[in-house]
Design a protein around this ligand. Structure first.
Ligand SMILES: [Zn+2]
Length: 119
């Protein structure tokens, strides 16, 4: 998301009655907003949970970062998959899709591993 988009999103949050907090997003350092519902959100990353201690903060940071990587990989893969529509037999494009799928599979393993460890 561009900084212009995140400024727009922040303005939208304020219009909806959210209030700006003194805490900032652990990933992008944008100021966080508290919604009327009590949820805390980053204009870039969406819902964020504020940690109670250092361990929890580390865990949350990692989870947010991994979720973001996954979201990005899926987005990028979708762009490549669209290319297949016009050129279904293009070996380079097929290879790229396979690489994204490999990355997603690996990411899933990393997530499972990380979550199992933090229990
Ligand atoms: Zn953020």
């Amino acid at each position: 998301m561009s900084s212009e988009q995140s400024v727009k999103k922040a303005a939208e949050l304020l219009r909806q009655g959210a209030s700006m907090l003194s805490e900032s997003c652990p990933i992008c350092n944008s100021p966080l907003y508290k919604l009327r519902s009590g949820e805390i959100v980053c204009p870039v990353h969406g819902k964020v949970i504020i940690a109670r201690d250092e361990d929890e903060e580390k865990r949350l940071k990692r989870d947010i970062a991994l979720d973001y990587v996954e979201q990005l990989l899926v987005e990028l893969m979708n762009n490549v998959v669209e290319k297949l529509r016009n050129d279904p037999m293009n070996p380079d494009v097929i290879l790229q899709v396979i690489r994204y799928l490999d990355s997603l599979e690996r990411l899933k393993r990393v997530k499972d591993f990380a979550r199992a460890q933090s229990k």
